[in-house]
Each structure stands twice: as structure tokens, then as C-alpha cells.
Design a protein around this ligand. Structure first.
Ligand code: HEM
Length: 182
């Protein structure tokens, strides 16, 4: 079942921001803490700089074989050793969204091997993908990852590899926020 999640950037929450890198496109205002709230909340009060919303959804590009592999090896969020996290909101270009589904799969997987590469990092990295485009949000996706400090290097390696792919040529806005449990 899909659910809406709000990532609230401000001065409250269990996740402390250790780094914000504006990778491409318009920057996001720096914040101290992130709180993850189930449901869609409006800017509540005082001390909230921004809220990024997204909804968990069905898979678009994954084959049955890939899905089986994902289901078998994907860990749940909230493992106690996973004290590091990454919040990476991403917006893709108009050119991407004008492609047909089969053309997007061709770029994402056949040419960029996003899924094949990502699967190598399971179960070390726990992840959840949120779709934001149809909510009228500033980003198309809000991606969330959790991992233990022992896998920080591997996570950097994965992110760097993805950024060299053809798929990433269609990324026009990306902010990389790294966090630790406070
Ligand atoms: C989409 C797996 C890491 C960003 C996907 C999809 C899969 C996947 C299976 C396709 C979902 C579908 O069929 O709709 C993985 C795995 C990873 C990983 C196993 C290992 C940890 C990452 C990282 C980033 C990222 C590090 C960001 C830097 C995205 C985005 C999409 C996506 C933005 C949506 C693409 C679109 O629909 O256009 N990922 N991924 N992924 N992933 Fe990853």
C-alpha cells in the first residue's frame, strides 16, 4: 500500500544533518535536523525551513526477476546499526518525462544498470523511494537510505557510480543530504 511521507527540515528530529551538498540545480536551504513524519503535513510552525513530500508507490521499471531479488535481499528501515542516512531529492528533466516507458527502462537499466548496480549493495543499504512529481512538489523523487557507518565508503562508491551514468544526464536538480542519528 502506498503512503505519503513528509521529510521536515528544521531544528527538530532524530536525524542530525552532517553535510548538505547541492549537486546540481537550485540549492536547498541548509537545516540542522530532519524529522520524518507519516502523512502530508503543511509547514507547521516556527523553525521549519522546508518540507519534502513523497509517496511510496508501485515499481515502474523492475522486471519480475529483479523484483524477486529485491524482495529477497532488501532490509527493512530502522535497523539499530544503521545510524547513517542519506536524503537525496531528485528532479529529472522534461526530456526524461517525454520519453516512453520502454525508453526510460532502456536508459535506467540496459544502459545505466541502476538496478543491477544497486542490488550489489543489498542488504548493506536499506532504502525507500518516494514519488513526488504528481504531488506538485519541487522534486520528482525523494530517496532515503540507511546504513551502518561500516558501509559509508560503499555508499559513496554507489552514489558516485550512479552519477556517471546516462540516466543521471537527465537529472536537473539533486541535493545530497547526509545524516546521523542524534
Ligand atoms: C529507482 C534500486 C540506489 C535513486 C530505482 C528502482 C530500483 C532501484 C529497483 C526502480 C523502481 C521502479 O521499478 O520503479 C536501487 C537499489 C539501490 C539504489 C537496490 C541500492 C541501494 C539508489 C541511489 C539513488 C537512487 C543511491 C540516488 C542517488 C533512484 C531514483 C529512482 C530509483 C531517483 C527513480 C527513477 C525513476 O523512476 O526515474 N532504484 N537503487 N537509487 N532510484 Fe535507485
Amino acid at each position: 500500500m502506498s503512503k505519503i511521507v513528509s521529510f521536515v527540515g528544521g531544528v527538530q528530529g532524530p536525524w542530525k544533518v552532517v553535510r548538505i551538498e547541492n549537486v546540481v540545480g537550485k540549492p536547498l536551504e541548509p537545516v540542522e535536523k530532519i524529522q520524518i513524519v507519516d502523512g502530508s503535513i503543511e509547514i507547521p510552525s516556527f523553525n521549519t525551513n522546508w518540507i519534502l513530500r513523497g509517496v511510496t508507490s508501485n515499481l515502474r521499471y523492475t522486471t519480475s526477476q529483479e523484483k524477486e531479488h529485491l524482495n529477497k535481499h532488501s532490509p527493512t528501515l530502522g535497523r539499530k546499526e544503521d545510524t547513517c542516512a542519506a536524503l537525496i531529492p531528485i528532479k529529472k528533466s522534461v526530456e526524461w518525462w517525454e520519453l516512453a516507458q520502454d525508453e526510460r527502462r532502456e536508459i535506467l537499466e540496459e544502459q545505466s544498470q541502476h538496478i543491477k548496480l544497486g542490488l550489489r549493495y543489498l542488504p548493506a543499504i536499506a532504502r525507500r523511494l518516494h514519488h513526488s512529481r504528481d504531488l506538485g512538489e519541487p522534486f520528482d523523487f525523494v530517496t532515503w537510505f540507511e546504513y551502518s557507518p561500516d558501509y559509508s565508503r560503499e555508499f559513496e562508491e554507489l552514489v558516485s557510480s550512479l552519477r556517471t551514468t546516462l540516466e543521471w544526464k537527465y537529472v536537473e536538480r539533486e541535493v545530497d543530504i547526509r545524516l546521523v542519528l542524534d
